[in-house]
Design a protein around this ligand. Structure first.
Ligand code: ATP
Length: 353
Protein backbone atom coordinates (compact mmCIF):
# COMPACT_ATOMS: atom_id res chain seq x y z
CA UNK A 1 0.00 0.00 0.00
CA UNK A 2 1.34 3.41 -0.86
CA UNK A 3 0.34 6.96 0.03
CA UNK A 4 1.97 9.22 -2.54
CA UNK A 5 2.19 12.97 -1.90
CA UNK A 6 -0.97 13.03 0.22
CA UNK A 7 -2.17 16.37 1.50
CA UNK A 8 -5.54 17.28 2.95
CA UNK A 9 -7.38 20.44 3.89
CA UNK A 10 -10.84 20.72 5.46
CA UNK A 11 -12.32 23.84 3.80
CA UNK A 12 -10.21 26.94 4.50
CA UNK A 13 -8.56 25.50 7.65
CA UNK A 14 -4.77 25.02 7.74
CA UNK A 15 -3.75 21.68 6.17
CA UNK A 16 -4.64 18.62 8.27
CA UNK A 17 -2.05 16.58 6.30
CA UNK A 18 0.99 17.71 4.29
CA UNK A 19 3.37 15.76 2.00
CA UNK A 20 2.64 12.27 3.30
CA UNK A 21 4.69 9.67 1.44
CA UNK A 22 4.66 6.17 2.89
CA UNK A 23 4.89 2.66 1.49
CA UNK A 24 3.67 -0.32 3.49
CA UNK A 25 4.41 -3.97 2.86
CA UNK A 26 1.58 -6.49 2.61
CA UNK A 27 1.19 -8.31 5.90
CA UNK A 28 2.98 -5.64 7.97
CA UNK A 29 1.78 -4.15 11.26
CA UNK A 30 1.91 -0.36 11.30
CA UNK A 31 0.95 2.32 13.79
CA UNK A 32 0.14 5.98 13.28
CA UNK A 33 1.25 7.72 16.47
CA UNK A 34 0.90 11.34 17.45
CA UNK A 35 -0.92 13.78 19.71
CA UNK A 36 -4.56 14.74 19.32
CA UNK A 37 -5.21 16.73 16.14
CA UNK A 38 -2.02 15.69 14.30
CA UNK A 39 -3.99 14.10 11.45
CA UNK A 40 -4.09 10.38 12.31
CA UNK A 41 -7.81 9.85 11.74
CA UNK A 42 -7.69 11.96 8.58
CA UNK A 43 -4.97 9.68 7.24
CA UNK A 44 -6.89 6.53 8.19
CA UNK A 45 -10.05 7.83 6.51
CA UNK A 46 -8.06 8.58 3.35
CA UNK A 47 -6.75 5.00 3.33
CA UNK A 48 -10.23 3.55 3.86
CA UNK A 49 -11.86 5.83 1.30
CA UNK A 50 -14.17 7.63 3.72
CA UNK A 51 -12.32 10.79 2.67
CA UNK A 52 -10.84 11.84 -0.70
CA UNK A 53 -7.53 13.68 -0.20
CA UNK A 54 -7.11 17.22 -1.55
CA UNK A 55 -3.76 16.13 -3.00
CA UNK A 56 -1.91 12.93 -3.83
CA UNK A 57 -2.84 9.35 -4.64
CA UNK A 58 -3.59 6.16 -2.68
CA UNK A 59 -2.28 2.97 -4.29
CA UNK A 60 -3.06 -0.64 -3.34
CA UNK A 61 -0.74 -3.14 -5.07
CA UNK A 62 0.20 -0.45 -7.57
CA UNK A 63 -3.46 0.25 -8.46
CA UNK A 64 -4.72 3.80 -7.94
CA UNK A 65 -7.76 3.54 -5.63
CA UNK A 66 -7.98 7.23 -4.69
CA UNK A 67 -11.41 7.62 -6.25
CA UNK A 68 -12.77 4.22 -5.22
CA UNK A 69 -15.35 3.65 -2.50
CA UNK A 70 -14.55 2.00 0.83
CA UNK A 71 -16.40 -1.16 -0.19
CA UNK A 72 -14.47 -1.62 -3.42
CA UNK A 73 -11.18 -0.99 -1.60
CA UNK A 74 -11.77 -4.09 0.46
CA UNK A 75 -10.85 -2.55 3.79
CA UNK A 76 -12.05 -3.56 7.25
CA UNK A 77 -12.20 -0.87 9.92
CA UNK A 78 -12.46 -1.06 13.72
CA UNK A 79 -13.48 2.11 15.50
CA UNK A 80 -13.01 3.47 19.03
CA UNK A 81 -16.43 2.27 20.14
CA UNK A 82 -18.08 -1.10 19.45
CA UNK A 83 -20.00 -1.36 16.19
CA UNK A 84 -22.04 -4.53 16.62
CA UNK A 85 -25.62 -5.75 16.48
CA UNK A 86 -27.04 -6.13 19.99
CA UNK A 87 -29.83 -8.44 18.88
CA UNK A 88 -27.42 -10.93 17.31
CA UNK A 89 -25.32 -13.53 19.11
CA UNK A 90 -21.53 -13.29 19.26
CA UNK A 91 -21.24 -15.88 16.47
CA UNK A 92 -23.76 -14.06 14.25
CA UNK A 93 -21.91 -10.79 14.76
CA UNK A 94 -18.59 -12.35 13.83
CA UNK A 95 -20.13 -14.06 10.80
CA UNK A 96 -21.82 -10.89 9.52
CA UNK A 97 -18.99 -9.49 7.32
CA UNK A 98 -18.62 -12.95 5.73
CA UNK A 99 -22.36 -13.56 5.18
CA UNK A 100 -22.54 -10.14 3.56
CA UNK A 101 -20.04 -11.29 0.96
CA UNK A 102 -21.65 -14.64 0.32
CA UNK A 103 -18.95 -16.80 1.87
CA UNK A 104 -19.96 -20.50 2.08
CA UNK A 105 -21.58 -21.52 5.41
CA UNK A 106 -18.95 -24.12 6.35
CA UNK A 107 -16.16 -21.64 5.66
CA UNK A 108 -17.98 -19.04 7.82
CA UNK A 109 -18.32 -21.54 10.65
CA UNK A 110 -14.63 -22.38 10.49
CA UNK A 111 -13.50 -18.76 10.35
CA UNK A 112 -15.80 -17.65 13.21
CA UNK A 113 -14.40 -20.51 15.29
CA UNK A 114 -10.79 -19.45 14.62
CA UNK A 115 -11.40 -15.79 15.46
CA UNK A 116 -13.48 -16.58 18.57
CA UNK A 117 -10.73 -18.82 19.84
CA UNK A 118 -8.07 -16.18 19.26
CA UNK A 119 -10.15 -13.66 21.19
CA UNK A 120 -10.97 -16.19 23.90
CA UNK A 121 -14.69 -15.94 23.19
CA UNK A 122 -15.36 -19.54 22.12
CA UNK A 123 -17.50 -20.11 25.21
CA UNK A 124 -19.74 -17.12 24.41
CA UNK A 125 -20.54 -17.80 20.75
CA UNK A 126 -24.25 -18.30 21.42
CA UNK A 127 -24.60 -15.40 23.87
CA UNK A 128 -26.63 -12.44 22.71
CA UNK A 129 -24.35 -9.38 22.39
CA UNK A 130 -26.80 -7.12 24.22
CA UNK A 131 -25.96 -8.60 27.60
CA UNK A 132 -22.18 -8.28 27.28
CA UNK A 133 -19.89 -5.72 28.93
CA UNK A 134 -18.34 -2.89 26.88
CA UNK A 135 -14.97 -4.59 26.53
CA UNK A 136 -16.48 -7.89 25.37
CA UNK A 137 -18.46 -5.92 22.77
CA UNK A 138 -15.27 -4.24 21.61
CA UNK A 139 -13.63 -7.66 21.33
CA UNK A 140 -16.44 -8.63 18.96
CA UNK A 141 -15.73 -5.46 16.96
CA UNK A 142 -12.07 -6.46 16.73
CA UNK A 143 -13.15 -9.93 15.63
CA UNK A 144 -15.43 -8.51 12.94
CA UNK A 145 -12.48 -6.51 11.65
CA UNK A 146 -10.26 -9.58 11.51
CA UNK A 147 -12.68 -12.23 10.30
CA UNK A 148 -12.32 -11.69 6.55
CA UNK A 149 -9.26 -13.23 4.90
CA UNK A 150 -9.53 -11.30 1.65
CA UNK A 151 -9.09 -7.72 2.92
CA UNK A 152 -6.36 -5.38 1.65
CA UNK A 153 -5.90 -4.05 5.19
CA UNK A 154 -7.56 -3.79 8.59
CA UNK A 155 -7.60 -0.27 10.05
CA UNK A 156 -7.93 0.31 13.79
CA UNK A 157 -8.78 3.76 15.15
CA UNK A 158 -7.83 3.80 18.86
CA UNK A 159 -9.66 0.48 19.32
CA UNK A 160 -8.74 -0.09 22.96
CA UNK A 161 -10.08 3.19 24.37
CA UNK A 162 -13.08 1.54 26.07
CA UNK A 163 -11.09 -1.41 27.40
CA UNK A 164 -9.91 -1.41 31.02
CA UNK A 165 -6.12 -1.09 31.50
CA UNK A 166 -5.38 -4.71 32.42
CA UNK A 167 -7.37 -6.21 29.57
CA UNK A 168 -5.90 -3.57 27.26
CA UNK A 169 -2.46 -5.01 27.82
CA UNK A 170 -3.72 -8.53 27.12
CA UNK A 171 -5.60 -7.52 24.00
CA UNK A 172 -2.62 -5.66 22.63
CA UNK A 173 -0.51 -8.80 22.93
CA UNK A 174 -3.34 -10.81 21.48
CA UNK A 175 -3.58 -8.52 18.46
CA UNK A 176 0.12 -8.91 17.86
CA UNK A 177 -0.20 -12.68 18.04
CA UNK A 178 -3.22 -12.61 15.72
CA UNK A 179 -1.18 -10.53 13.30
CA UNK A 180 1.50 -13.21 13.24
CA UNK A 181 -1.08 -15.91 12.66
CA UNK A 182 -3.30 -14.19 10.09
CA UNK A 183 -0.65 -12.14 8.25
CA UNK A 184 -3.10 -9.35 7.42
CA UNK A 185 -1.87 -5.79 6.84
CA UNK A 186 -2.83 -3.87 9.97
CA UNK A 187 -2.78 -0.09 10.49
CA UNK A 188 -3.36 1.05 14.04
CA UNK A 189 -4.01 4.63 15.14
CA UNK A 190 -3.11 5.68 18.67
CA UNK A 191 -1.76 8.58 20.70
CA UNK A 192 -0.21 6.11 23.18
CA UNK A 193 3.45 5.36 22.48
CA UNK A 194 3.46 2.09 24.44
CA UNK A 195 0.49 0.85 22.43
CA UNK A 196 2.14 1.83 19.13
CA UNK A 197 5.59 0.48 19.96
CA UNK A 198 4.38 -2.87 21.27
CA UNK A 199 1.93 -3.47 18.44
CA UNK A 200 3.68 -2.28 15.30
CA UNK A 201 6.73 -3.35 13.31
CA UNK A 202 6.95 0.20 12.00
CA UNK A 203 5.56 3.32 13.63
CA UNK A 204 4.73 6.52 11.73
CA UNK A 205 5.22 9.42 14.15
CA UNK A 206 3.04 12.39 13.23
CA UNK A 207 2.89 15.99 14.32
CA UNK A 208 0.91 18.88 12.83
CA UNK A 209 -0.09 16.94 9.74
CA UNK A 210 3.36 15.63 8.90
CA UNK A 211 4.96 12.20 9.22
CA UNK A 212 8.25 13.18 10.88
CA UNK A 213 9.70 9.67 11.16
CA UNK A 214 8.81 6.13 10.16
CA UNK A 215 10.76 3.50 12.02
CA UNK A 216 11.00 0.58 14.38
CA UNK A 217 10.76 1.09 18.14
CA UNK A 218 14.54 1.02 18.45
CA UNK A 219 15.11 3.45 15.55
CA UNK A 220 12.70 5.92 17.14
CA UNK A 221 14.40 5.52 20.47
CA UNK A 222 18.05 5.52 19.35
CA UNK A 223 18.04 7.91 16.39
CA UNK A 224 15.06 10.27 16.48
CA UNK A 225 15.16 12.06 13.11
CA UNK A 226 13.30 15.04 14.54
CA UNK A 227 13.26 16.64 18.00
CA UNK A 228 9.50 15.98 18.17
CA UNK A 229 10.17 12.23 18.06
CA UNK A 230 12.90 12.50 20.71
CA UNK A 231 10.52 14.32 22.98
CA UNK A 232 7.33 12.33 22.26
CA UNK A 233 8.90 8.86 22.53
CA UNK A 234 10.43 7.90 25.87
CA UNK A 235 9.55 8.51 29.46
CA UNK A 236 10.64 11.15 30.07
CA UNK A 237 11.60 12.27 26.55
CA UNK A 238 15.04 13.15 25.25
CA UNK A 239 17.04 15.99 26.82
CA UNK A 240 17.73 18.87 24.44
CA UNK A 241 20.64 21.11 25.31
CA UNK A 242 21.42 24.30 23.35
CA UNK A 243 25.00 23.94 22.06
CA UNK A 244 27.58 25.41 19.69
CA UNK A 245 31.01 24.50 18.40
CA UNK A 246 33.90 26.12 20.26
CA UNK A 247 37.57 25.47 19.37
CA UNK A 248 37.98 21.70 19.80
CA UNK A 249 34.71 20.93 21.48
CA UNK A 250 31.02 21.49 22.07
CA UNK A 251 29.99 24.34 24.31
CA UNK A 252 26.97 23.60 26.49
CA UNK A 253 25.82 25.94 29.27
CA UNK A 254 29.16 27.81 29.10
CA UNK A 255 31.21 24.63 29.49
CA UNK A 256 33.29 23.14 26.64
CA UNK A 257 33.15 19.35 26.28
CA UNK A 258 36.07 17.98 24.25
CA UNK A 259 34.77 16.37 21.05
CA UNK A 260 37.49 16.73 18.43
CA UNK A 261 36.22 13.72 16.46
CA UNK A 262 32.93 15.55 15.86
CA UNK A 263 34.60 18.63 14.35
CA UNK A 264 34.17 17.45 10.72
CA UNK A 265 30.40 17.08 11.21
CA UNK A 266 29.65 19.88 13.69
CA UNK A 267 32.56 22.34 13.29
CA UNK A 268 30.61 24.56 10.90
CA UNK A 269 27.12 23.94 12.28
CA UNK A 270 26.99 27.18 14.28
CA UNK A 271 24.38 26.86 17.00
CA UNK A 272 22.72 23.46 17.29
CA UNK A 273 20.98 21.23 19.84
CA UNK A 274 22.51 18.28 21.63
CA UNK A 275 20.00 15.50 22.25
CA UNK A 276 20.60 12.77 24.80
CA UNK A 277 18.09 10.36 26.29
CA UNK A 278 17.81 10.33 30.12
CA UNK A 279 18.80 6.62 29.93
CA UNK A 280 22.20 7.59 28.50
CA UNK A 281 23.07 10.43 30.90
CA UNK A 282 25.50 9.13 33.50
CA UNK A 283 27.08 10.43 36.65
CA UNK A 284 30.77 11.31 36.26
CA UNK A 285 33.53 11.93 38.78
CA UNK A 286 33.72 15.52 40.08
CA UNK A 287 35.64 17.84 37.77
CA UNK A 288 35.87 15.33 34.92
CA UNK A 289 36.69 17.39 31.83
CA UNK A 290 34.27 15.61 29.48
CA UNK A 291 31.31 15.98 31.85
CA UNK A 292 28.93 18.83 32.52
CA UNK A 293 28.66 20.39 35.99
CA UNK A 294 25.05 20.57 37.20
CA UNK A 295 23.00 21.10 40.35
CA UNK A 296 20.38 18.56 41.44
CA UNK A 297 16.85 20.04 41.52
CA UNK A 298 14.88 16.86 42.10
CA UNK A 299 15.64 13.21 42.84
CA UNK A 300 12.73 10.77 42.51
CA UNK A 301 12.71 7.06 43.20
CA UNK A 302 10.47 5.54 40.50
CA UNK A 303 11.05 1.95 41.64
CA UNK A 304 12.90 0.39 38.74
CA UNK A 305 15.03 3.52 38.30
CA UNK A 306 15.84 6.88 39.85
CA UNK A 307 14.95 10.03 37.98
CA UNK A 308 17.36 12.87 38.57
CA UNK A 309 16.49 16.39 37.42
CA UNK A 310 19.42 18.79 37.36
CA UNK A 311 20.29 22.18 35.86
CA UNK A 312 23.50 23.28 34.24
CA UNK A 313 23.19 27.06 33.98
CA UNK A 314 19.66 27.48 32.60
CA UNK A 315 19.68 24.08 30.92
CA UNK A 316 17.55 21.30 32.36
CA UNK A 317 18.90 17.73 32.23
CA UNK A 318 17.11 14.54 33.27
CA UNK A 319 18.93 11.30 34.00
CA UNK A 320 17.47 7.83 34.51
CA UNK A 321 19.88 6.17 36.89
CA UNK A 322 19.89 2.55 37.93
CA UNK A 323 18.52 1.95 41.45
CA UNK A 324 21.95 0.75 42.60
CA UNK A 325 23.62 4.09 41.82
CA UNK A 326 24.25 6.28 44.87
CA UNK A 327 21.45 8.84 44.84
CA UNK A 328 22.53 12.45 44.78
CA UNK A 329 20.35 14.71 46.91
CA UNK A 330 18.58 17.94 46.03
CA UNK A 331 21.12 20.79 46.03
CA UNK A 332 24.13 18.50 45.36
CA UNK A 333 26.65 19.45 42.69
CA UNK A 334 27.01 16.61 40.19
CA UNK A 335 28.91 16.01 36.94
CA UNK A 336 27.03 14.44 34.09
CA UNK A 337 28.19 12.62 30.97
CA UNK A 338 26.02 13.77 28.08
CA UNK A 339 28.32 12.93 25.17
CA UNK A 340 28.58 9.38 23.92
CA UNK A 341 27.72 7.06 21.05
CA UNK A 342 23.99 7.55 21.74
CA UNK A 343 24.11 11.35 21.62
CA UNK A 344 22.27 12.97 18.68
CA UNK A 345 22.65 16.46 17.23
CA UNK A 346 19.89 18.61 15.74
CA UNK A 347 19.63 21.78 13.74
CA UNK A 348 16.24 23.37 13.02
CA UNK A 349 14.72 20.32 14.77
CA UNK A 350 16.17 17.88 12.20
CA UNK A 351 18.87 15.31 13.01
CA UNK A 352 22.26 16.35 11.57
CA UNK A 353 24.62 13.89 13.27
P1 ATP B 1 -7.54 12.77 17.57
O1 ATP B 1 -6.53 11.82 18.17
O2 ATP B 1 -7.97 13.83 18.49
O3 ATP B 1 -8.67 12.05 16.87
P2 ATP B 1 -6.16 13.05 15.05
O4 ATP B 1 -4.68 12.99 15.13
O5 ATP B 1 -6.87 11.84 14.61
O6 ATP B 1 -6.74 13.58 16.42
P3 ATP B 1 -7.61 14.41 12.98
O7 ATP B 1 -8.93 14.04 13.58
O8 ATP B 1 -7.19 13.75 11.73
O9 ATP B 1 -6.45 14.26 14.05
O10 ATP B 1 -7.61 15.99 12.78
C1 ATP B 1 -6.55 16.70 12.15
C2 ATP B 1 -6.94 18.19 12.02
O11 ATP B 1 -8.04 18.33 11.14
C3 ATP B 1 -7.37 18.81 13.34
O12 ATP B 1 -6.91 20.14 13.37
C4 ATP B 1 -8.88 18.76 13.28
O13 ATP B 1 -9.44 19.82 14.02
C5 ATP B 1 -9.15 18.93 11.79
N1 ATP B 1 -10.38 18.22 11.37
C6 ATP B 1 -10.61 16.89 11.49
N2 ATP B 1 -11.83 16.56 10.95
C7 ATP B 1 -12.36 17.72 10.47
C8 ATP B 1 -13.58 18.05 9.80
N3 ATP B 1 -14.49 17.11 9.49
N4 ATP B 1 -13.78 19.35 9.47
C9 ATP B 1 -12.85 20.30 9.75
N5 ATP B 1 -11.68 20.06 10.38
C10 ATP B 1 -11.43 18.79 10.74
Amino acid sequence: MRLAGIGHRYGDAPPALTDIDVTWEDGGAYALLGPSGCGKTTMLNIISGLLTPSEGRVLFDGVDVTDRSTVSRNIAQVFQFPVIYDTMTVAENLAFPLRNRGVAPDRIKHRVGVIAEMLEMSGQLDTRAAGLAADAKQKISLGRGLVREDVSAVLFDEPLTVIDPHLKWQLRRKLKQIHHELKLTLVYVTHDQVEALTFADQVVVMTRGRAVQIGTASELFERPQHTFVGNFIGSPGMNFLPAKWSGEGIEVAGHVLPARELKPTLGDAGEFTLGVRPEYVQLAAAGQSDALPAKVQKAQDIGTYQLLTATSGDTLIRARLSPETRTPKVGDDVWLHVLGTHTCFYKNEELIA
